[in-house]
Design a binder for this molecule. Structure first.
Ligand code: 5AD
Ligand code: SF4
Length: 455
């Protein structure tokens, strides 16, 4: 009997990469690859990389250094193929092979459906020091047409990629260069994948796209579905309890999408809508295509449609030219919207982007000080929001057993992790629970014992 081959995928960066990694597993499963949780016993290691900030890119090279040592110790019949996938692969293809010649394959986000072919080539090459296979083509159509059906999602929540690429060209961002032009998967293909995920047990689907609200999927009859339409159609599928979507571009939030928040109860009252900065000067320099006032107006409309909606955001501090006033404007918009969660970063100059060539790059020490201040404010708001949840009841999707005996862990509509003592058979169900305690990053809950009226 042949020994099962072991696959280890290390995923960096965004949820799109998480989705891609699980689809790579689906592609490799029929070739006999089973996943393992570290590189030590792996026959194939894929680093699914992120190029968004310098730190993210550099991590890849240090990880490759570690893998090189493991690979060196392997014998001939215990091979270790090293692959670099994702956005660093797309952006730095040949440089990776130069800096790390022991890497066998380098492939971009739109080519991983070709993994079987790349593997066959690698085996034919049979070279110990790396086979130097490079695949960084673009069109996403090909990939989605050739991927196998998704294999059972882990747990009760699933990601579904509906849109890729970005045409927005924010001046700091590499995504339009690494992920290419905007592409929407056809509506029928998305609906089919959603049905499969539901049949495999998914109660919650998160629709993914770099610009998910730029979705315009071919309906097969010469027309298109918007994201709002897609959400309504998904809401009609039996068994799908929760719908989320991420990441949205504020300037492209349309009325149809806003009204979906009013009409579709399965659409969760929580939205990641990155604003990046609160100063109009900086927003313009970033080429975000909206002002602070327009952003606040979109939020007001969304909240009118769904009053319990809460928001999260991404922030960049230290963008070229950002002064104290601009930074104060960012703090101010945070207070005004009250973002309940957020990701925040110091600006990182990315080669080839317009902002990297701008004058007035902000001193790193100043930028880091601003980040500390901003993160403290965000954490205060998040903690306050969590505390305000105490005493309220929420439907909680119980996803798995917790670390303590008898404890289950789930998610609130606002993505807060929730711990509760509950029977094991609650896993995979949504229960109304009462929130009884709050921490900065999680909530505690208890089962509500409903009093039954006796006849
Ligand atoms: N520097 C810092 N942060 C960045 N992001 C994108 N590009 C950069 C950059 N050059 C952040 C943005 C984006 C998130 C995914 O990463 O906030 O929304
Ligand atoms: Fe990057 Fe801007 Fe496109 Fe988002 S919208 S992926 S930040 S260019």
């Amino acid at each position: 009997m042949t020994k099962a081959k072991k696959l280890f995928i290390k995923t960096y960066g965004c949820q799109m990469n998480v989705y891609d990694s699980s689809r790579m597993e689906d592609v490799l499963k029929p070739l006999g690859y089973e996943t393992t949780d570290g590189p030590d016993d792996a026959n194939m290691v894929i680093l699914n990389t992120c190029h968004i900030r310098e730190k993210a890119s550099e991590k890849v090279y240090s990880e490759l250094g570690r893998l090189k040592k493991i690979k060196k110790k392997r014998s001939e019949n215990d091979e270790m193929i090293i692959a670099v996938a994702g956005c660093v692969a797309q952006a730095e293809g040949e440089e990776i092979s130069r800096r790390a010649p022991y890497v066998d394959m380098v492939f971009g986000p739109q080519t991983y459906h070709n993994l079987p072919e790349m593997l066959a080539k690698a085996h034919r090459a049979g070279d110990e020091t790396g086979r130097g296979i490079l695949m960084t083509d673009f069109p996403a159509e090909d990939k989605f047409d050739h991927l196998p059906d998704p294999v059972k999602p882990e747990g009760y929540t699933a990601f579904l990629s509906i849109q890729e690429g970005c045409d927005k060209f924010c001046t700091y961002c590499v995504v339009p260069y690494t992920r290419g032009a905007e592409y929407s998967r056809p509506a029928a293909q998305v609906m089919k994948e959603a049905r499969q995920l539901i049949a495999q047990g998914a109660l919650e689907i998160t629709l993914l796209g770099q610009n998910v609200n730029a979705y315009h999927g071919d309906d097969g009859h010469g027309g298109e579905w918007t994201l709002g339409r897609l959400i309504r159609e998904l809401a009609d599928l039996d068994g799908l309890e929760r719908i989320r979507y991420t990441t949205s571009y504020p300037a492209e939030v349309d009325d149809d999408l806003i009204s979906a928040h009013a009409d579709v109860p399965q659409l969760m009252p929580y939205l990641h809508l990155p604003v990046q900065a609160g100063s109009n000067r900086v927003l313009a320099a970033m080429n975000r295509n909206h002002t602070r006032e327009q952003y606040l107006e979109i939020i007001a409309k969304l909240k009118a449609a769904r009053p319990d909606l809460a928001l999260s955001s991404d922030f960049i501090v230290g963008f070229p030219g950002e002064n104290e006033r601009d930074f104060e404007d960012t703090l101010d918009i945070i207070r005004q919207v009250g973002f309940i969660q957020a990701f925040s970063f110091v600006y990182s100059a990315r080669p080839g982007t317009p902002a990297a060539a701008m004058d007035l790059q902000v001193d790193k020490v100043v930028a880091n000080e601003r980040l500390q201040i901003l993160q403290k404010l965000l954490m205060d708001i998040q903690t306050q929001f969590n505390e305000d949840c105490v005493g309220r009841e929420f439907p909680i999707l119980l996803e798995r057993v917790g670390r303590k005996p008898g404890q289950l862990v789930g998610r609130s509509p606002y993505m807060q992790p929730v711990h509760v003592e509950a029977p094991l058979d609650f896993v995979g169900q949504i229960h109304d629970l009462k929130i009884i305690s709050a921490r900065p990053n999680s909530l505690g809950a208890q089962i509500i014992h409903k009093v039954r009226n006796s006849a």
